[in-house]
Design a protein around this ligand. Sequence first.
Ligand code: SF4
Length: 374
Amino acid sequence: MVAGIYIHIPFCKSRCSYCDFATGLYQSDIAERYVAALVREIRATTHTRNVDTIYFGGGTPSMLSPAQISRILSAVHESFEVQPESEVTMEINPGSVTSEILREFRACGINRASFGAQTFDDNELAKLGRAHSAADTLKTFHSLREAGFDNVSFDLIAGLPGQTFVGWQENVERSLELRPEHLSFYLLEIHSATPLAQHIERGIQPRPDEDLAGEMYEWMLERASLAGYGHYEISNLCLVGHESRHNTKYWTGAAYYGFGCSAHSYDGAGRRWSNERDVARYVDAIVSGNTPIVEQHELTQEEMCAEAVFLGMRMMRGIDTREYEQLYGVDLREQHREDFSRFEEAGLIEFEGDQVRLTRTGALMSNEVFASFV
Ligand code: SF4
């Protein structure tokens, strides 16, 4: 399988209350030093495989200038065989870019935008500490289209504190009206060290209702499917032919190489490694000629088998058990006979020929299902 490249840009305009990603506030001098370090790390890579996806994630990568993005992409092209027609994605936050800058990003080679809309309710956006309004979302979306982005993904979050079912329906309807090619939606997770977790702990914001979030998830799947979106992964839907090629690599065991602080990599053959999480320590390591890698792990055969199941089952097409047996020498149905029969009885998984996959209910309860395979 052809590999992918992930590039982490750890800067944001402000800090969202629910976020626990490795990201800090944007400062132009730090960003410039970071880009120089990134370019150096990419140029020093010893991995020279063909790649067909490049993904700028963060943080808010669109806070970098087109010239900086261009320098990073040039380093990637110098160090890797980037295939023609590669998918080159950038995460973009509403209100963070002008039409002119979007046109320049497009001209640099960015051909897919992952767009952090999250919700169309301004009160909810304010509670999340997002730095944009619903009007910004509409404006930036139209600017993306004008700049020639014909592959746009929307992120939406369900289960926000105080969010009602009707409010969620409104969010989904407004997203569908814009007809993005791809939709990612997440159930809000409360991470313990975040301001949102403290607000909930202190009763400033209500605790999200998990059952309601589940109903929101099911309703969205129904509604989006009526609008022509296929549900191809637990949290992702798209119009025909617009699956995220990059993220699919994570779920199917393909190699991907991460650059930048906190970036993770996998060689596709059992070795995982990750970089220093802190921006300053990452830059120092690169500048002083040291490796930014702080963790490496060689998966055992058992771990590779488990990963192939719980990552592969994220895809709604499921796993081909015959292919799995050829790859790992294990009869999956035999190996997990008891779990499979329990989950099948509960309506969480289903079999069709050699294929085993999650049902829609199973997708909602995937954590419980996957816990059996770890
Ligand atoms: S924009 Fe994204 S990465 Fe940045 S603080 Fe908000 S959630 Fe975190």
